[in-house]
Design a protein around this ligand. Structure first.
Ligand SMILES: Cc1ncc(COP(=O)(O)O)c(C=O)c1O
Length: 386
């Protein structure tokens, strides 16, 4: 099987980091921060070490906070709901994933926020000036998908952040796709924070994600419970990280994330990333030259991730994906990619597109096989006059 759906989740995962994390867990898997005995202290020490690694990995400075969550969706809900306890205006984009769109839509429906969604340009980029034009005196939050899960375009977030700061508002990122593929420098860029997920290009397991937040960004807790600290108080603590972490955290997930971050820093992985980018360029070039293929946003200047979306003219995306799977054993994602407004604006709704997303383990042979399959599907469609 040729796996080209790494933007959904990275597969396969490097086994060694996961094995090492499991060993750590089996040796010191006590409840972190919940006891004074050696093993619990050791578990907490390990968790804190991963928090520091995560902070440094995303370029957060001293005093920045890392709070763990189950995935990006969980982290984004914590962030969005925690920052909109007072009615305010929110700016986001039409490139967003439902993990951002749905919480915002819910809040807007409830009358808790007013919402403006900024469009993207023909190349799949959000223009900083378009974000600036949407800002109002009562804007309390600007939320941008750092890298599109459909186009692969990486947004100019340092420029957007500078404009937001001029208006006294923080820019926050959904870094689900960019984390692990694109170097992130939160403090340097002047970005207020981000939400990440562990199972995509960070190469960790499912069930772990989190928030990295500047001390300027302080969401209120929206879930309350045991934290192992200040237990006498019936009011949930306002201290980090427990402020945004209620209940026992996913220790195995945290340890795995720590091991994955070490793995991402290896020269071996650096080489894999360069190969991924080269293979994606070959795929884009091959698809652009293939009869009957409509490629979205693969050209043009600007920063990109190794993924791209397309359609075969006259065919539904789901049917093309079924043929790729059934006849060629190639796994891709078809449909709306949880980005309904993007596909609406692209004119590809309701059937969406097919997305090829590369990973660290793809080879040149995988890409040539995908191109050959698309060539056959495209020419069959053209011969049938589709
Ligand atoms: C841009 C974007 N945001 C958020 C998510 C949600 O990630 P998770 O399912 O890990 O919460 C995804 C995953 O597909 C994504 O691509």
């Amino acid at each position: 099987m040729i796996y080209l759906d790494n933007a959904a989740t990275a597969f396969p995962k490097p086994a060694e980091p996961l094995r090492r994390a499991l060993e750590q867990y089996l040796e010191a898997g006590a409840s972190p921060g919940r006891g004074g005995y050696d093993l619990a202290v050791e578990a907490e020490y390990e968790v804190d070490a991963v928090r520091r690694k995560v902070r440094r990995f995303f370029g957060g400075g001293e005093g920045w906070r890392v709070c763990f969550a189950y995935n990006a969706t969980d982290a984004l809900n914590t962030l969005i709901m925690g920052l909109t306890q007072e009615p305010c205006h929110v700016v986001s984009t039409r490139l967003e994933h439902n993990s951002v769109l749905r919480p915002l839509h819910h809040l807007a429906e409830q009358g808790c926020i007013s919402l403006d969604l900024v469009p993207f340009n023909s190349q799949g980029y959000v223009e900083p000036q378009a974000v600036a034009a949407a800002l109002r005196p009562d804007t309390g939050l600007v939320m941008v998908n750092h890298a599109s899960n459909v186009f692969g375009t990486v947004q100019p977030v340092a420029e957007i952040a500078a404009l937001c700061r001029e208006h006294g508002v923080e820019l926050l990122l959904d870094a689900s796709q960019s984390a692990g593929l694109y170097p992130i420098e939160l403090e340097k860029w002047g970005v207020g924070g981000l939400a990440f997920t562990g199972h995509k290009s960070l190469l960790g397991p499912t069930g772990i994600g989190g928030l990295v937040l500047s001390p300027r960004v302080n969401p209120l807790p929206t879930r309350y419970g045991g934290t192992g600290v200040d237990s006498i108080n019936l009011v949930h603590t306002m201290d980090y990280p427990h402020r945004l972490e209620a209940g026992t955290i996913n220790l195995l997930g945290v340890l795995s994330l720590g091991q994955s971050l070490d793995y991402l820093a290896t020269p071996e992985h650096g080489q894999a990333l360069s190969r991924e980018r080269e293979l994606c360029a070959r795929l884009a070039q091959g698809l652009a030259a293939t009869q009957g293929i409509e490629l979205y946003c693969a050209q043009g200047p600007g920063e990109r991730l190794p993924l791209l979306s397309c359609n075969v003219k006259g065919m539904r995306a789901g049917d093309v994906a079924d043929i790729l799977d059934g006849d060629f054993d190639i796994a891709v994602r078809s449909g709306l990619h949880c980005a309904p407004l993007l596909h609406q604006d692209l004119g590809t709704s309701p059937h969406g597109a097919i997305r090829f997303s590369l990973g660290a383990f793809n080879t040149a042979e995988d890409i040539e096989a995908a191109l050959e399959a698309m060539e056959r599907i495209g020419s069959t469609a053209a011969a049938k006059g589709r």
